[in-house]
Design a protein around this ligand. Sequence first.
Ligand SMILES: *Cc1c(COP(=O)(O)O)cnc(C)c1O
Length: 387
Amino acid sequence: MPGLRERLGSIRPTWAEIDLAAFDRNVDALISRIGPAAKLVPMLKADAYGHGAVELAKRCRTDRVGMIGVALLEEALELRQAGIKLPILVLGPLNEEQVRTAVDHDITLGVTGPESLEIIARVARERDVTIHLKLDSGMGRMGNLETDLPRVVELLRSAPRLRLDAIYTHFANASDPKDPFTEQQLARFAMLVETLREAGITAPRTHLSNSAAAMRGIVGGDYVRIGVALLGATAIDDNPLRLEPLMRWRTEIARVKELPAGSPVGYGLTFRTKRLSRIATIPVGYADGYTRRLSNQADVLVRGRRAPVVGRISMDLVTIDITDVPEAEFGDEVVLLGRQGAEEITAEELAAKLDTISYEVFCNVGARVPRVYVDGDDVVAIRSRFA
Ligand SMILES: *Cc1c(COP(=O)(O)O)cnc(C)c1O
């Protein structure tokens, strides 16, 4: 994007561009996938997996999005302080003080178990509290089990100011279309909802699906909770939707040197040139979340071509071999994640090298990396922890 560098003033040359127009297109694609019966719920926890929850939430129009989901009270308050008016669900659990603060800010509470419902019911003696009741249909982590339901029913009956707005569950393995466990979870969820209904407990809404389930077409319920797909990552192998990655993490060559064959590069001498080599140094490191485990493992993009990371990744610096990109020079853009010309480094590529998932690759991009929000040629916002 020509001219962007100039418009960013004295910012460090290492930043992550977040494409808000691509986010809008992903929202469109997911809404059409979900269909008119359910509403999209962007899950913007962990700062929208490192992309920036506030800026993405600002793009969520109230007519298109049913609610926003986050994990922590702090994340919900950050959105409220930024002026976000949409309903916000905190997955929780929260302690009593946090429940009171959440209710003060019109935040909906996820009920993760009978213990959390007891705390919430105590607060609901004095005031109205809106809740979504989570059922454990097989994940084995949060949520109420069948054996919890008698206590849950008793607590709900004893607290008339509790407004049960929805009942929901979460899939454990929706990304594997061959695993019948998702269908078993669907059946178990229906059974638990029916058990509650027989005890006189009903809710106007249900929700179940995450990105992987939605992409596979499992979109029952009134809300669909989507995280990673909105960021353009593929939640399943043969993803039927055209989603666009939002994040483009880039830096610039800060030093170029020619080293003779046999020269060591970096801490621990883990790389030695095999030929007369051009080694470039880029100002990014593991303190920025470019993890040291990518040492001698990853590629970056220079002039639209791949160049390997060589030697150990340091705290603030990375060395790359640009011998095969002979035109590359001081100041050239280097892309760590995202597209440059016809080439692309995807989050999935880095995740495979690190034996993890794209989610963690995104979350690892550190607070020291400014986020630059672009919409076409416009810079909409810059978020830096030094700003
Ligand atoms: C994070 C989260 C989601 C979104 O998951 P994706 O795989 O990113 O779509 C949905 N539901 C719950 C309960 C979550 O914690």
